[in-house]
Design a protein around this ligand. Structure first.
Ligand code: ADP
Ligand code: MG
Length: 471
């Protein structure tokens, strides 16, 4: 056979493959391949990494084999050359018996440098990746309430049908301590229970960013990084608001997201803000976040707080007196993490001092914790402080008057609200006389500019912030 024949045969195969898969998948998985030689009915192709070969075998081998048989007859065979380090050095993969490699597990890439290439273990038929899930964050331990009903039920739908429901991506958002991480992990755990072969991975946005930065400067590592993420069936990324301002990471994530979404893989994202309020992320990414379902987690109502307290104390092996439960539930109403914190302090106090848990003990302790909460800064409190500082009446502050001093006071209040509270732009706007999120964003940017350029203006902002924090 002549030199060019392998290229012709492979070229014909590619035509068939191209007609049968998504263009993006074709670009990712077939364009990097080169035909190397054709000996009889054996075609050899060069692929960039071991993992790449695994991926082809797992996902496209039927298609490749059909195409090849059409070209070379029913005894057609395919062999791989894997270029491990660079384009020059093509090496043959050592054959490994499948018994040796079954059930080996891949540690999730931890610290860079631990293994030469933490993403790729050569020769594995099936990859086992530690999904990084905490078994305590299960659906069983997740108390249902009005505050999480939509998000939870979407989560259950996804668990039964990963990638196949309309909820892709599932975008969970809400303030801190309201159960985003717990719910996202519960979905992962449930999918793993129902579909043990699916590759599920939980990763925080920060960790993803670190891995990306580690990979970006090393030859071939970036490709491995991308390939690693592109083979996940269920990808959970926690706290995507952390991607703000990190354009390289956003870009990598965008490609992984698109690739997985195209292949019908499930994506679950969490964030402290709704997509519309994530102004610091690229628009193309925000628009993708809105493709599926956005579900908000809000602070739990009284009934749910009671249910959570009962469940948590039950898990800790104690029964709280009813008056203690209702007392804590009515006093600690910000978020679930705080409820847990109060419960833990209570248990600690009672065991350390050998006291039984009584209403008095709960009261003494909760007052301490809640009085700290009292100093928590709200949009309303910021507005009140700003009004007092500039000696403006709250009515005028919330009115539609465009008087300069009023506009400035509102802008400062909106700026501080964005910086000091968890409220979304939309929510700050609606609390500022029914303005929209774009107005808040504009105010925020204006104040940022003025702080840099106008000394006396900066002093106002600093003074007010100091006052707020001293309460
Ligand atoms: P977020 O990620 O939104 O900041 P987490 O998921 O970390 O919040 O939740 C904070 C704590 O509250 C966790 O310990 C979690 O187990 C608990 N929690 C949150 N929501 C629930 C719930 N619905 N039922 C039981 N525990 C919950
Ligand atoms: Mg979280």
């Amino acid at each position: 056979m002549t030199e060019t024949q392998h290229s012709i045969v492979w070229g014909n195969c590619l035509q068939i493959v191209k007609d049968n898969i998504h263009p993006q998948s074709f670009r990712t998985w077939f364009e990097p391949i080169k035909a190397v030689k054709l000996l009889g009915n054996v075609l050899t192709i060069a692929v960039p990494s071991h993992f790449f070969r695994e991926f082809l075998e797992e996902h496209y081998i039927d298609l490749i084999s059909k195409a090849l048989k059409r070209e070379l007859g029913k005894d057609a065979k395919l062999e791989y050359n894997v270029k491990v380090v660079s384009n020059e050095a093509a090496v043959q993969i050592p054959q490994q018996s499948s018994a040796e490699i079954k059930n080996k597990s891949i540690p999730f890439p931890n610290q860079a440098g631990l293994i030469a290439n933490p993403f790729v273990i050569p020769g594995l038929q099936q990859l086992h990746i530690d999904p990084q899930l905490n078994p305590n964050y299960s659906f069983t331990n997740f108390i249902e309430g009005e505050c999480n009903r939509l998000a939870r039920s979407a989560g259950l739908t996804i668990s039964a049908n990963p990638g196949k429901s309309a909820f892709n991506p599932l975008f969970l958002y809400g303030g801190s301590g309201l159960g985003k991480t717990h719910l996202a992990q519960a979905i992962g755990i449930s999918i793993k229970e129902q579909f043990p072969d699916k590759i599920v991975l939980y990763v925080s946005a920060n960790r993803f960013q670190t891995q990306f930065m580690d990979a970006v400067n090393v030859k071939n590592k970036l490709t491995d990084f991308l390939h690693f993420y592109q083979m996940i069936d269920v990808l959970i990324i926690d706290d995507v608001h952390e991607f703000a301002g990190k354009s390289g990471t956003q870009n990598a994530f965008f490609h992984i997201f698109s690739h997985l979404h195209n292949l019908g893989k499930q994506l679950i994202l969490t964030s402290d803000k709704a997509p519309v309020d994530l102004q610091d992320l690229e628009p193309r990414m925000l628009s993708r976040f809105k493709w599926g379902l956005s579900a908000e987690l809000v602070p739990p109502d009284y009934q749910t707080r009671v249910a959570i307290l009962k469940a948590k104390s039950y898990n800790d092996g104690i029964t709280l007196p009813d008056d203690v439960v209702s007392y804590i539930a009515s006093r600690v109403n910000t978020n679930i993490r705080e409820i847990e914190g109060t419960l833990i302090s209570l248990l600690a106090q009672s065991t350390l001092n050998n006291k039984t848990i009584t209403l008095e003990l709960a009261e003494a302790l909760t007052e301490k914790l809640v009085s700290k909460n009292k100093s928590e800064i709200s949009v309303g409190k910021i507005q009140k402080t700003v009004c007092e500082y500039f000696k403006i009446s709250p009515d005028l502050f919330l009115s539609s008057s465009r008087k300069r001093e009023l506009v400035q006071a509102r802008q400062i209040a909106m700026f501080l609200s964005r910086n000091l509270t968890n409220s979304s732009l939309a929510s700050i706007g609606s609390q500022t006389g029914g303005r929209d999120h774009a107005t808040v964003l504009h105010a925020y940017n204006t104040v940022c500019d003025l702080i840099d350029t106008d000394r006396s203006f900066r002093k106002y902002v600093v003074d007010i912030e100091k006052q707020l924090k001293s309460f």
